[in-house]
Design a protein around this ligand. Structure first.
Ligand code: SAM
Length: 404
């Protein structure tokens, strides 16, 4: 069959048997290289098992690329991430593993990268007790959902999961019932569907982690081209797992005007020393139709309502984006917008949606933004949409501004 030669980052690879390679995903791989560099620099896992207690971390992190195809990503990690001790490049396809082996030796990374031929879930289940990984990269076709149960168990304490989903139609509301069966949440078709997709995926990873007394902390969550990618750390604490309900919300999305309201699944009360004192189900409940236009709501979720990114981590990434990366400009642009995204205001409106609903002329972005700021509220863009309006202002205020 046809031989394709690919050169990306510091890797030169060949693929012989129609093994998957998508050049558009270079952005995804470049970004993952930067994230792993920043992660490896500061990461000190706390030991959870006797086996890990005996491990020395000074000599670097161990990465599993569970769905590796040509091995390109693993080879790039070996050559471009500082502080890597070992990488396992796994694929279920024989042809892919042949490619991986050839590419490992052509790039002379035998000392760092090992090829593995296994079903990713089986491999992870087999490693979950004795040989956990500091970072696990899941980059499947379509949905990652079937790999999550094993991945959340096989990543070390404080370790990193890097997860792609190209399942955008399902996550963005075209098929809410399929979304529920794959991800345990109902997606809605809204203008903020990309953020909804990220928040459904995070909710799904969290729910898998919670089954094993673990929880996630997102470092960076991204929507790009036709996929989403999240980078989350995984920790263990039964106490913090109890707070999950407060990090999840039901979404009420008005079928008439597109206004949305989030209702957390649970509430936590803290005392003045910031100690958790009480946990309870919410006492407020949204019933009836939309207060702005009297249409009924679609009810979706649960979605992750806690922050999508760690601001400190994003700052670190921005300080260290290497200029030689192919997608350097794009990464820097996206990270700069992400840095400004309001952390505590999930979802967003778009300018055309607001003016279209009211049948008014579209005001300039500057006008609507100043009006929101003058009203004493906050507003930002999101990296997911050029005309996005992310704000903590109530919907009523936004509609009033638009009607002036
Ligand atoms: N990560 C690669 C990259 O950046 O170029 C692309 C991976 S490709 C989208 C998905 C790969 O997953 C395919 O090579 C396929 O053979 C492999 N795959 C599918 N199901 C698998 C499974 N259960 N276990 C291991 N590999 C699997």
């Amino acid at each position: 069959s046809e031989v394709k030669e690919i050169s990306e980052g510091m890797a030169r690879i060949k693929t012989y048997g129609n093994v998957f390679y998508n050049p558009v995903q270079q952005f995804n791989r470049d970004l993952s290289v930067i994230v792993l560099n920043a992660f490896a620099k500061e990461y000190k896992p706390e030991s959870q098992t006797p086996w890990e207690a005996g491990t020395k971390y000074d000599d670097g992190i161990i990465i599993l690329e569970a769905l590796s195809a040509t091995g390109l990503r693993s080879i790039r990690y070996a050559k471009e991430v500082k502080g890597v001790k070992e990488i396992v490049a796994n694929d279920i396809s024989v042809k892919a593993v042949d490619d991986i082996k050839r590419n490992i030796s052509a790039n002379a990374v035998e000392d760092l990268v090992t090829a593995s031929h296994d079903d990713a879930t089986m491999l992870m289940y087999m490693c979950r007790k004795e040989r956990r990984f500091d970072a696990i990269d899941l980059d499947p076709y379509g949905s990652p959902s079937i790999f999550l149960d094993s991945a959340v168990q096989t990543v070390k304490e404080g370790g990193l999961l890097l997860v792609t989903s190209t399942d955008m139609a399902v996550l963005a509301g075209n098929s809410p019932e399929t979304c529920h069966s794959k991800y345990g949440a109902i997606s809605l078709r809204t203008k903020a569907c990309h953020e909804m997709a990220l928040r459904i995926l995070l909710q799904c990873i969290e729910s898998h982690a919670n089954r094993y007394g673990r929880y996630i902390v997102p470092l960076l969550s991204l929507s790009a081209d036709f996929y989403i990618r999240v980078f989350v750390r995984v920790f263990t604490s039964a106490k913090i797992c109890k707070q999950t309900l407060s990090k999840l919300s039901t979404v009420y999305h008005c079928t008439g005007c597109g206004s949305f309201v989030l209702e957390p699944l649970g509430v936590i009360k803290f005392n003045e020393k910031n100690q958790q004192i009480k946990y309870g189900l919410p006492t407020r409940s949204l019933g009836g139709s939309c207060q702005h236009c009297d249409h009924p709501h679609h009810v979706g979720g649960p979605i992750w309502n806690a922050p999508l990114h760690s601001p400190q981590f994003v700052e670190k990434l921005l300080a260290e984006v290497p200029q030689h990366l192919g997608t350097f400009k794009r990464i820097e642009g996206v990270l700069n917008v992400i840095k400004e995204e309001l952390p505590d205001s999930p979802l967003y409106y778009t300018l055309e949606q607001l003016s279209g609903t009211l049948h008014v002329e579209t005001p300039s972005m500057i006008m609507i933004r100043s009006a929101i700021l003058n009203g004493g509220y906050k507003v930002s863009y999101t990296h997911m949409n050029k005309t996005s309006i992310k704000t903590n202002a109530p919907a009523k205020f936004i509609w009033d501004v638009m009607r002036i």
